[in-house]
Structure formats: C-alpha cells, structure tokens
Design a protein around this ligand. Structure first.
Ligand SMILES: Cc1cc2nc3c(=O)[nH]c(=O)nc-3n(C[C@H](O)[C@H](O)[C@H](O)COP(=O)(O)OP(=O)(O)OC[C@H]3O[C@@H](n4cnc5c(N)ncnc54)[C@H](O)[C@@H]3O)c2cc1C
Length: 392
C-alpha cells in the first residue's frame, strides 16, 4: 500500500487537481501526475492562428509545487492492486486516484471521417493550420467547410477569413460553409445568443448549410444523404466531444458522453478510491445542472477532485463540488464576442466590449499563473472561488 495521490491527465482539471491535492496534504504524501506530455494544451484557443504556440509548459509549476511528473500513456487500471499501467509497462501505485483524462472529438460515424481535419488537439490544429497555409498560398477563391455549428464550429468559421489572411492569402474571396444536421446554429447554446450569432455569421459571409444528413466525409468533400456533395479545399470537423479512452477502465454508470456519473465529492461510486474530474466526469453542479465539457467547469472540477482525494486519504470530510457561476463567452470574429450569464444564457455584453473579456479569458484566465512562488500557486488551488483570483 502506498500513500501516493496519483493524477492521470495533465489538462486543466488534472493540473489544478494536483495543486489542490498538494495544498491539502502538505509534505505528508507524495503527489504524482502522469500524462502524455508536461504541456497544458490550450484547447479553447485552437480555433485561433498559430496553434503551435498554444501550449503552456507545466514542469516549472509542478516542480515549484513539489508534484512529480511521469510522462506516458495510461492504458490500464488495476483496481485490486491500486495501480495504473502505462504503455511502457510501468505500474504507478496510488492510494487515491484522480482520473482527469479529458475528452476527444466525436468523429461522425460515416466513411472517410478520419480523413477530415479537426482542431481537437494541438497536433490536429497544427495539421489544419498547415492546410490553411497551403490554401492561402496556392488556391484562388478557395472553399473551407466547417462541419458542426456548435460553439467550436461557430468560432472557427468566424475566424477563418482572418486565418487565411494570417497566411498571406486573399481572405475576402474565401467561401466558408458551416454545416450541421441541426436546423439552427448553436443549438446547444439555446435561443439567448442566437440572433447575435446569426448576425455575425451573415456579416462574415459564412454560408449556413443546416438540417442536413452527412453520409460520407473526406479531407475535401462532404457528401449528403440528399442533394449535391460539397467540394472544399479543406473540411474541418467540430462535431462535439466525448470522454476520452482511459475512463472506460473506471467501473460505474455513464452518461451519453461516456462520462462517469460521480457523486457530489466527484468520487466514482463503484470505485471508492477513484475520483473522476473535468471532461471525464458527469457531475452535479450543486444547482441541479450537470457540468459541461468546458474549460470553465474543468478548472473548478479539478480543484474539487484534488482536494477531495487528499481529504479522503487524510480521513477528513470531503467538500461537495459546486459551480455557482456560469457564463458563456463566444468569440464572434470581426463582430466581437457575446457574453451570456447563467444557464438561461441571458446576454450581458456584446461586440467589442465582450471581445475584451474573451481575449482576457483566452490569454490570462485559463492559463496557469507563471512567476509566482509555490505557496501562491497552491493558494490558487483553493476550492473557494474568492481565493482563486490571479495576482494583478
Ligand atoms: C477547439 C476547442 C474549443 C473549445 N472552446 C472552449 C471554450 O471556449 N470555453 C470552454 O470553457 N471550453 C472550451 N473547450 C473545451 C475545453 O477545452 C475542455 O472542456 C477542457 O480542455 C477540459 O479539460 P480537461 O482537463 O478535463 O481535459 P483535457 O484538456 O482534454 O486534458 C486531458 C489531459 O489528459 C491527457 N490524457 C488523456 N488520456 C490520457 C492517457 N490515457 N494517458 C495519459 N494522459 C492522457 C491529455 O493528453 C491531456 O493532457 C474547447 C475545446 C476545444 C477542442
């Protein structure tokens, strides 16, 4: 038996889980994070230009906080022996485990979907960007199809003209087609921001192809159940996310996104030493809603999972996860942004005013702090939102 707290996954939830666990246990217990790489991929920014710059080095922060990092792909979980197995064959023991392995894009189950571009990971976004560069340099009057008119697809479609311009292309002749089976754009965002979104899409000259059934995909073609196929110079998917692979090793009930339905302390009910967090967890936000697969929720879910794994190990009572405030800030490209409040998504800011906030979220709020002492870093991992304000 070890006294180690092990966090698998170094995304937003995993990083803050490690910090919170370390804060609670002090020097009494080892805290280890295992992940594919010691880099926090800034997934919410991957619709932007220069995706190769959108990662944050976690090693200096983990070092400052006294968290050990192990690089590797977690491929197995032995609940009886309390170990996580890595692809290298290494076994990582745990007394409490936090599963923070996040999500990955759900590719439509149609032929050719694997060939289409996406912006799900930094690597995918870099490959998409490389194609946009080729298009900008070599194709007159190009067409880009974005499949999926949800949050990510809208942001990407509205950024596309400037993405082509960044590569030196003639942006105004670009044809952008936003495709979805839903009959409205941003259907998961509800009616609140819809008019703002539709106005921005019209102003940006984005064609909407809605209420369609896709039967095949390729890197350069979308084929529909009815009507002519759409030929494009790039097809980029933004078709929603599901919990990523490792979480399948955790026993218990799941929701439709493959997330483990956790209890209020974020524990997996069928595996009492295992806590699940971020995009891998279906958690009650404390006000009757289910946490979304969002960075905003993952940042807080991570803090609670780390805190509770540590408290549980020390025999302290756990604290129920709560997400008291919920906002949505959607980038609308040249039309600015739209900020909504609450689960009803009531608009509170639009245009340039909301864009200032979106830039701050994308460049400051979601980043781990740098150049702060270890103690400050740990203080920021508190589950009390009042204590999480960034310096400055
Ligand atoms: C293009 C895009 C735009 C988005 N825009 C927004 C937005 O505007 N606002 C918002 O709130 N959210 C947004 N999101 C969602 C947000 O990025 C996710 O909800 C968030 O990243 C979830 O954090 P996480 O830590 O749970 O998981 P992730 O960020 O997915 O991190 C999981 C980590 O675990 C690692 N990992 C996974 N499996 C293994 C394994 N088997 N072994 C070892 N390591 C593993 C991964 O490499 C990664 O480091 C967007 C997502 C995308 C893709």
């Amino acid at each position: 038996m070890t006294d180690e707290i092990l966090i698998v996954g170094g995304g937003f939830a995993g990083f803050w889980a490690a910090m919170a666990a370390r804060r609670v246990v002090g020097d009494q217990v080892r805290v280890t994070m295992a992940s594919r790489e010691p880099v926090l991929q800034m997934r919410p920014r991957l619709y932007e230009a220069k995706p190769e710059t959108l990662g944050a080095d976690l090693l200096p922060l983990l070092d400052a906080a006294g968290v050990k990092f192990v690089q590797g792909e977690a491929t197995g979980l032995d609940l009886a022996r309390q170990t996580v197995v890595l692809a290298s064959g290494a076994n990582l023991p745990y007394a409490r485990l936090v599963v923070a392995t996040g999500s990955s894009m759900h590719r439509p189950p149609v032929p050719g979907a694997v060939a289409a571009y996406s912006i799900d990971s930094q690597r995918d976004a870099i490959a998409s960007d490389r194609r946009l560069g080729e298009i900008a340099r070599g194709i007159a009057r190009p067409t880009v199809a974005v499949v999926g008119a949800g949050f990510t697809g809208i942001e990407l479609a509205l950024e596309m003209r400037d993405r082509i311009a960044t590569h030196g292309g003639e942006a105004e002749s670009l044809r952008i087609v936003l495709v979805d089976r839903a009959v409205t754009v941003g259907s998961e965002l509800g009616a609140g921001p819809r008019t703002e979104i539709e106005t921005a899409l019209a102003a940006a000259g984005v064609e909407c192809c809605l209420g369609v059934t896709i039967i095949a995909l390729a890197a350069n073609r979308v084929t529909f159940a009815a009507g002519p196929a759409l030929d494009a110079d790039a097809v980029v998917l933004a078709t929603g996310m599901v919990a990523s692979g490792f979480v399948r090793h955790v026993p218990g009930e799941r929701d439709a996104l493959g997330r483990i339905i956790v209890d209020r302390s974020l524990r997996a009910p069928a595996a009492p030493e295992v806590f699940v967090t971020g995009d891998a967890a279906a958690a009650n936000t404390g006000d009757g809603h289910r946490a979304l697969q969002s960075c905003q929720h993952a940042l807080q879910l991570g803090r609670f999972a780390g805190e509770n794994a540590a408290r549980d190990l020390l025999g302290l009572p756990t604290v129920p996860y709560a997400q008291p405030r919920y906002v949505t800030c959607l980038d609308l490209g040249r039309s600015g942004a739209v900020l909504t409040q609450g689960w009803e998504r009531t608009i509170s800011k639009t245009g340039a005013e909301a864009k200032v906030l979106k830039r701050r979220i994308n460049t400051v709020v979601i980043y781990p702090p740098t150049n702060v002492p270890g103690a400050t870093l740990l203080a920021l991992s508190s589950t009390d939102p009042a204590e999480q304000r960034l310096p400055g």
